[in-house]
Structures are given as structure tokens and as C-alpha cells.
Design a protein around this ligand. Structure first.
Ligand SMILES: NC(=O)c1ccc[n+]([C@@H]2O[C@H](COP(=O)([O-])OP(=O)(O)OC[C@H]3O[C@@H](n4cnc5c(N)ncnc54)[C@H](OP(=O)(O)O)[C@@H]3O)[C@@H](O)[C@H]2O)c1
Ligand SMILES: [Zn+2]
Length: 364
């Protein structure tokens, strides 16, 4: 790598770092950071996108300009937008600033942009360099990209289990398998998500809170997927003062008389079947980029089968639950041959006190 390339990479990494500051807050928008250098290569401004409706990264960087950007360069991890949204197009700002070079890591998959922003910059005589730090940028905005391409939310399935692969005793008792540190980590980790999904049975058995315990404001949307609608009259999820709740039910099976059990503050949507893909699509439409599946084995298996899960996170405690009939994290996929089984990739292992945490990707 030449000296010039090293410094271009350094500035793009800075833009990616700035973008990451919007980690838990930008949905449905992408995470974007921008760095502006003057014509002598000196840093004169930077910015990042914090929240939908607030200035885009480029706009914030131009608002913060300390010096004229004429003849200078801009580094952004995502193609600048060229459409009027809640805020004006960033491409116009770049062009009118007199900037001469734009380093853009990746194209914006949003059909309203998708290469058009780059074309407009080039037509205005700006030299565009595309692809710097592409891998890091794709990784940072993988959920946003996934939602734009598939029209489904990027799904992560999380579970906690004993070293012998059990998530509950056969009588359903599971409090607690993992240690306090792991459970606290789950609360903070939920803040990265726009919604948390469980099935009706987990609601009936565990009555969970599904919040970040105040670490994110507003809290992620809590979602219950039910076929029967046979949900309890009393539930922590019915208290909407802490977080919003959405119940999605399968209208082909549900007994609608149970709708009266759900308080008015809870949103309700019906879908035509029990295919988890329908939840993923509803949540994508509601602007959720990344959703956490904290469900039990039956719903999780259906979600994996319908390509709703892109990553898994398993918390593993050094405890033995034993028992042929105690619960597994997943139900039957009916694999008959070893070449049919699901192989995970990009695994990472970390230790949380005495517990282990494994993260892996699913290829689908
Ligand atoms: N250790 C852990 O990490 C962990 C995490 C979550 C759950 N759990 C345990 O898991 C147990 C519940 O397991 P579960 O498998 O019954 O989980 P679940 O999360 O309740 O999912 C199953 C429920 O989802 C609804 N559903 C909607 N569409 C479905 C579909 N296509 N396939 C399957 N279900 C669908 C049904 O609700 P309706 O019955 O309302 O129609 C069904 O009963 C509980 O004992 C809980 O403690 C453990
Ligand atoms: Zn923009």
C-alpha cells in the first residue's frame, strides 16, 4: 500500500468509526459517517448520522465546517443520498461545496439512490473513488442492506443453554442457566435491536420483560407471534409504559375471542399463516433493520427454516441439566444425512466469567 492509500484508508476508517456512533439509534436509516479534508489534505470537518429525521452525516459535516471545502475531499462509508427525504439530498451539498474528490466505501442499496448519487457527483465533475474499506462498511450496515435487498429484517437468534445443550428442565424451569454477567450483557446487547420476538408459549411460560432495562430509549419493540391468540390476561408485555408491544397472530388459526385479553395500548396485526417470514416482512416494513429472536425451539426452528435468521448467539453455562426430555434450543429439522445439516461460519468465542458466548453466521 502506498503512503497516499494508507491515508485514504485512515480517513475512511475514521468515517466508519463516526458512523458506528449511531449504532443503536439510526434505524430505519443506515449508519453513516463523513470526513471532509481541505484542498491541502487537512481535516476541516466531520459528522455522523444519529437518528432518522436528524441531519445526515454529510449535512452535519458541512454544518460543522471550519474552513472552505473548495478543492477538498470527502470520505463517506455509504453513497450520499440524492432524494428528498425528511432532510434535503446530500449530493447537492457535496456538489455546491466545490469538493473535488469523493471517497465512497459502498453504494446505497436503497432503490431511490442505488448508484444515482455517485452518477450525479461524477456528472458534476467530482472524481469518485468507490470501494475503500468495503468489507468493514458492508459489515457495519449489514442489517440495513439485508432489509433493503430482501424486504425482511436481519434476524439474530439468541439462546442460553447448559454445557449439555439444554435450555430448560423438562418441567420448563430455566431460571437461571447463565450467570448474572451474561444476563446483564443480554440487556445491553438488546439495545442494538429494533425489535425482540418471542412466541406465545414463551410469553405464557416465562412472562418476560424483554427490555434493555432502560439502556435504550425508546426500548426495542416487543413482538409476540401467536397462532392461537390464547395469551394471558396478565403479562409484563401488556405494560406499555416500559416499551411498546406488538402481537402478530395467524388469522387462519387464532380464536379471535381472545383479542379482548390484549390491552388497547398494544398493537395487533394479523397475518394469513404461521410462516415467520411474515413477521420479518412486517417488521421490515415498520423500519426494523435488525431483530432479535428470543423465542423457544419451535418458533426458532420455523424461523431458521424460512431464512429469517442470519446470525446466532449462544450463551453456554458450565452446568449440566441432563435429561432426555429436557428442552433443546431447536426442534427437529428432519435431516436424514449429515450433508443436510446447517453449517455455521465466522464464529467468534468470548468468555463472560464462567460462561461462554458463541456468535456465528448462517448462510442463507
Ligand atoms: N433458555 C432460553 O434461551 C429460552 C429462550 C426462549 C424460550 N425458552 C423456553 O422455551 C419454551 C418455549 O418453547 P417454544 O418452542 O414453545 O417457544 P415459543 O417462543 O413460544 O414459540 C412457539 C410458539 O410460537 C407461536 N408460533 C407462531 N408461529 C409458529 C410456528 N410457525 N412454529 C412454531 N410456533 C409458532 C405459537 O404460539 P401460540 O401457542 O400462542 O399459538 C407457539 O406455541 C419455554 O419453556 C421457555 O422457557 C428458553
Ligand atoms: Zn443524505
Amino acid at each position: 500500500m502506498t503512503g497516499a492509500n494508507v491515508s485514504h484508508t485512515k480517513w475512511m476508517k475514521r468515517a466508519i468509526f463516526l458512523a458506528s456512533l449511531g449504532k443503536n439509534t439510526t434505524s430505519p436509516n443506515p449508519k453513516v459517517g463523513a470526513v471532509i479534508l481541505d484542498k491541502n489534505g487537512k481535516l476541516i470537518s466531520e459528522g455522523f448520522h444519529f437518528k432518522a429525521g436528524m441531519p445526515h452525516a454529510e449535512a452535519m459535516a458541512f454544518n460543522n465546517l471550519k474552513k472552505d471545502a473548495k478543492g477538498g475531499s470527502i470520505y463517506v462509508n455509504l453513497e450520499p443520498c440524492c432524494h428528498q427525504g425528511r432532510t434535503p439530498p446530500c449530493v447537492d451539498k457535496v456538489i455546491s461545496s466545490g469538493i473535488k474528490r469523493a471517497y465512497i466505501s459502498i453504494e446505497d442499496p436503497d432503490v431511490r439512490v442505488a448508484g444515482k448519487g455517485i452518477k450525479m457527483l461524477e456528472e458534476a465533475g467530482i472524481k469518485v473513488h468507490l470501494g475503500l474499506c468495503k468489507k468493514e462498511s458492508l459489515d457495519l450496515n449489514k442489517a440495513f442492506i439485508h432489509r433493503n435487498i430482501t424486504k425482511k429484517a436481519f434476524g439474530v437468534f439468541k439462546w442460553a443453554m447448559s454445557i449439555d445443550g439444554r435450555i430448560a428442565l423438562k418441567n420448563g424451569k430455566s431460571k437461571w442457566i447463565t450467570n448474572e454477567e451474561s444476563r446483564a450483557l443480554v440487556h445491553s446487547f438488546r439495545a442494538e435491536f429494533d425489535a425482540i420476538i418471542i412466541g406465545g408459549n414463551t410469553l405464557r411460560k416465562d412472562n418476560p420483560l424483554l427490555t434493555t432495562r432502560g439502556l435504550k430509549n425508546p426500548e426495542p419493540l416487543r413482538v409476540v407471534f401467536t397462532k392461537s391468540l390464547d395469551l394471558p390476561i396478565k403479562s409484563n408485555l401488556w405494560d406499555c409504559s416500559k416499551a411498546k408491544t406488538l402481537v402478530i397472530y395467524d388469522s387462519s388459526r387464532a380464536n379471535k375471542k381472545y383479542l379482548t385479553r390484549i390491552p388497547k395500548c398494544v398493537d395487533v396485526e394479523e397475518v394469513s399463516s404461521d410462516n415467520p417470514e411474515l413477521i420479518s416482512k412486517i417488521l421490515a416494513k415498520r423500519g426494523c433493520n435488525k431483530v432479535l429472536w428470543e423465542c423457544g425451539p419451535r418458533l426458532a426452528t420455523a424461523a431458521i427454516k424460512s431464512n429469517c435468521i442470519q446470525e446466532i448467539i449462544a450463551f453456554i453455562a458450565p452446568k449440566i441439566l441432563g435429561g432426555e426430555n429436557s428442552m433443546n434450543p431447536l426442534a427437529d429439522f428432519e435431516f436424514g444425512e449429515m450433508n443436510e445439516i446447517i453449517k455455521l461460519s465466522e464464529s467468534q468465542l468470548s468468555l463472560i466469567g464462567s460462561d461462554m458466548c458463541v456468535k456465528s453466521s448462517l448462510k442463507n
